[in-house]
Each structure stands twice: as structure tokens, then as C-alpha cells.
Design a protein around this ligand. Structure first.
Ligand code: ARG
Length: 447
């Protein structure tokens, strides 16, 4: 991104008379804040409105001022949404932009809003709101993905497919089992998003720079107005939560992307000529610039690689967090990592349901990849369940492995005999669907 020009940089709010502000140093410190703050700007405006209400309730901003600030903040939000206000290099950051706008529109009245707060609690609350929204959207996308996988599991519930361990043929399994595994895993991911959302649902606003303020701010009411379950009590703990909260959110996203990576791995492997189990829809494969015969699963590969972006963001946050108590500017670095992780995850997830729905399954190829020795485990378990000690049954099955006979019927029997709960004969798809539905949230970008 381009550095701000010397002329365009306004005097920072905190400038001391006579102090020279080095522009290069200033842009190093602001980094890409004005770009990143676009992601949290509307939340910042919402929280600023709640703070103004809090000042009004204790008589530090009068009713007329309250009304005019409220209206100006509404106008700013509208102008930001329709593009007539751009958060750009004219400002040090989004927080400064809000205050400058209010001063420009309302003069003296605009100067009143920052009483009793700091950019430290201002950024913390906006980020908390951003994270809650992102987790809601991620949970929704996970349930959509889970439902798409469940649908395939229902359609091909008993379609035979090899089960692998170590990538070696193990036992007969089914498409139902394979796809239901993603349905359940993505439901778990949605659950984790919702748990993390509950964990971070405390409001930092009103803790100011990290030590509270000498005015009786009614923090509970502010928290309620902003849709938080409760306040985060201790101002120092609130500051210490910055970065740590982000880390937990990114770790949650990593869980989702790990499942995405497993799915992407399976799809790229199973769509290879060696397997030929799956054909990805034409929109998700690419050609080669030199090899006319190629159909490459780039989409699956880039979904797989996106997990690395999340892991990188998580590590960046961890590394930035070797800090003493109190706000440190190091924490600003965690914002870019968080936003990158959120955007990458949500974008990746937006493709999954359709990719699952549009793939073609070659059930004949899957069936023909099952061989007779794969029935050996069933044979051993079956004999052992008639009373022979399992180790002896195992040895017998190993000895007679070449006598096993593979037919459509023996495969089908193998699948239908696997009655342990969750296994091929009893996938418990209704229960999995119930778990998905329990985690369903409306996406929305409001809290
Ligand atoms: N851009 C800053 C951040 O993300 C905002 C807070 C600035 N606070 C300060 N004390 N300099 O952390």
C-alpha cells in the first residue's frame, strides 16, 4: 500500500505543541490501520454511539448534544456504507476518523465524545464485535457445509467404498460413512464457533486506557446496548485479553480450516486417475498451459493451502504477545492477522457446500477398489463373537485370508453387519442432522 503523502497527513489528535512528527515514522506506526479499520469501522461507530449514550445518562453530554452526535454518527455510517466517506490515509486510524468527522460536523460538541474512553478500549470493543459477528458467520457456513455433506451421505448411504488407514485398504466402508464424517465434523466446528462466541461475549468498553476512569460510567448498560452478555470487569484483564481473544478466535477458525483441509485432501486424492472415485464440477478444476490432457483440482488444493494462512496468522498473534501488563502498541499487529484469518476462512467456506453438491461420485470405481482381504477383519470379529478368543480368531482369519470371497453380496453384508452406533449400518444420520440444527445461527453482520 502507498505511504501517505506528507501534505495529506493531518495532525494527530494527541500531537504536542512544537513536537515534530516524522511522516515516515508515522506511517510505520499507523501501518495499514486505515485499511484494516474499515472492517471494524461500523462497529466502532456503534460502540461510539453507546458510549455517548452512557455519557448522556450521567449528564456529561446533554440531550441536544446526544441527539446531534447520534445523528452525525448515523450519517457517517451511511456515508461509509454508500462509499461517499472513505477511511483513508487522511486519518491516523478509524478511531481518529470518527472523532475528526464529529468535530468537522458538530464543532465543539464533537470534541466531547472521547471523555472517559481511550482508543485502547475503543479498538478492543470494535474488535470484539467484529469477532462475534465473524464467528456467527463461520458457524452458519459450517452448518451449510455439514448439511451439504449430510445430503450426499443420505443419497449414498450404503454405497460401498474402501475404508483406508495409512492410505492402505482396510475394511469395506461406505460413501455414507465418508460424507457423514464431514457432516459431523463441520457441526463440531460450528459448535466451537458458538462456544468461542460465548467465551468472548464480554464488553471491554468503559475500561478506557486499561485502568478505568473517574466518572461513574454505567458499563452494564453499554454492554447491553451493544449486545454483550456482560462486561469484562477488570480493566487490566481487559487489556490483557486483547490478542489472547483474537488467538482463540483464530484457533477456532483453524479447526474449521483443518476439516476443510481434510476434505480438500480427500477430494484431490479421490479425483486422481489412480482412484477415480470423484469428479469435481468443471468450475472447480483447471487446465494446464502445456498439457492438454490435464484437469487439475486447483480449487481443492488452494482450499487445502488456505489452512496455512490461518496457522500463520495464529503464529503471528502468538509471537506478538510476549508482553507485560497494560496496553502495548505491539497488539496492533494482531488486528491484521485476525482479519486475514477471518476473511480467508469465510471465503474458503463459501465454496464448500456447492463444491460438495456438484461433485460426481463414481460408485462403480469405489466398489471395485474393495478387495477380498478387506473382509478379514469382519471374519475375525465374527468368529470371536461366537466365543473364540479374539487373538485366535485373528490368527485364523490371517491364515485363511486367501480363501475370502468377494461378491457384491459379501460387501453388502459387511456394511450391513457393521451395526455399532455410528458405523456403516447405523450412521445415525438423523442424530447428526439434529446436532447440525442445534448449532445453526443466522449469519447476519449485526450481533
Ligand atoms: N491502532 C491501535 C491499535 O490497534 C489503536 C489503539 C491505539 N492506542 C494507543 N495507545 N496508541 O492498537
Amino acid at each position: 500500500m502507498t505511504s501517505p503523502s506528507i501534505e495529506s497527513k493531518p495532525t494527530p489528535l494527541w500531537a504536542k505543541p512544537g513536537a515534530i512528527i516524522e511522516n515516515d515514522a508515522m506511517s510505520f506506526m499507523s501501518r495499514d490501520d486505515v485499511v484494516l479499520d474499515r472492517e471494524i469501522f461500523l462497529f466502532d461507530i456503534q460502540a461510539t454511539t453507546a458510549h455517548v449514550h452512557a455519557l448522556n445518562r450521567i449528564g456529561l453530554i446533554n440531550d441536544a448534544e446526544n441527539t446531534s452526535i447520534e445523528a452525525a454518527l448515523r450519517d457517517l455510517a451511511d456515508a461509509f456504507r454508500d462509499g461517499s466517506f472513505t477511511l483513508d490515509q487522511r486519518y491516523e486510524d478509524g478511531h481518529t476518523a470518527i472523532e475528526s468527522y464529529l468535530y468537522e460536523k458538530l464543532g465543539e460538541t464533537g470534541k466531547r465524545v472521547h471523555l472517559g474512553r481511550s482508543r485502547n478500549d475503543q479498538v478492543a470493543v470494535a474488535l470484539r464485535m467484529y469477532m462475534k459477528t465473524a464467528l456467527k458467520q463461520a458457524a452458519h457456513a459450517c452448518t451449510q457445509t455439514a448439511m451439504a455433506a449430510l445430503e450426499i451421505a443420505r443419497t449414498h448411504e450404503f454405497a460401498p467404498m474402501p475404508g483406508y488407514t495409512h492410505l492402505q485398504r482396510a475394511v469395506p466402508s461406505s460413501v455414507g460413512m465418508w460424507m457423514a464424517s464431514f457432516a459431523e465434523s463441520f457441526a463440531e466446528c460450528a459448535q466451537l464457533c458458538n462456544l468461542t462466541r460465548t467465551w468472548i461475549d464480554t464488553c471491554p468498553l468503559g475500561t478506557a486506557a486499561g485502568y478505568g476512569v473517574n466518572i461513574p460510567l454505567q458499563r452494564q448498560q453499554v454492554a447491553q446496548e451493544l449486545g454483550f452478555a456482560e462486561i469484562q470487569i477488570n480493566p487490566m484483564a481487559t487489556q490483557a485479553a486483547r490478542g489472547r481473544t483474537e488467538h482463540q478466535v483464530v484457533a477456532t477458525l483453524w479447526q474449521i480450516m483443518q476439516e476443510t483441509r481434510r476434505l480438500a485432501w480427500d477430494l484431490s486424492l479421490f479425483s486422481s486417475q489412480e482412484f477415480g472415485f470423484v469428479e469435481l464440477a468443471p468450475g472447480y478444476v483447471t487446465g494446464s498451459s502445456i498439457m492438454p490432457n490435464k484437469k487439475n483440482p486447483d480449487m481443492a488444493e488452494l482450499l487445502r493451502a488456505s489452512t496455512a494462512v490461518i496457522a500463520g496468522a495464529m503464529s503471528e498473534i502468538q509471537q506478538a504477545m510476549s508482553l507485560p501488563s497494560g496496553y502495548q502498541r505491539d497488539l496492533q499487529i494482531t488486528k491484521g492477522a485476525l482479519i486475514r484469518a477471518v476473511k480467508t476462512t469465510l471465503e474458503a467456506l463459501s465454496h464448500l457446500p456447492r463444491m460438495i453438491q456438484t461433485m460426481t461420485l463414481n460408485t462403480e470405481r469405489m466398489r471395485s477398489a474393495i478387495d477380498a482381504p478387506m473382509l478379514a477383519t469382519d471374519r475375525a470379529v465374527q468368529s470371536a463373537s461366537t466365543g473364540i478368543p479374539f487373538r485366535d480368531a485373528y490368527a485364523q482369519a490371517a491364515q485363511s485370508i486367501n480363501e475370502l470371497e468377494l461378491t457384491d453380496q459379501s460387501i453388502s453384508e459387511s456394511i450391513h453387519a457393521r451395526t455399532s452406533p455410528g458405523a456403516c449400518a447405523d450412521l445415525m444420520l438423523d442424530q447428526i442432522e439434529q446436532r447440525i440444527r442445534t448449532q445453526s445461527t443466522q449469519p447476519g453482520n449485526q450481533l
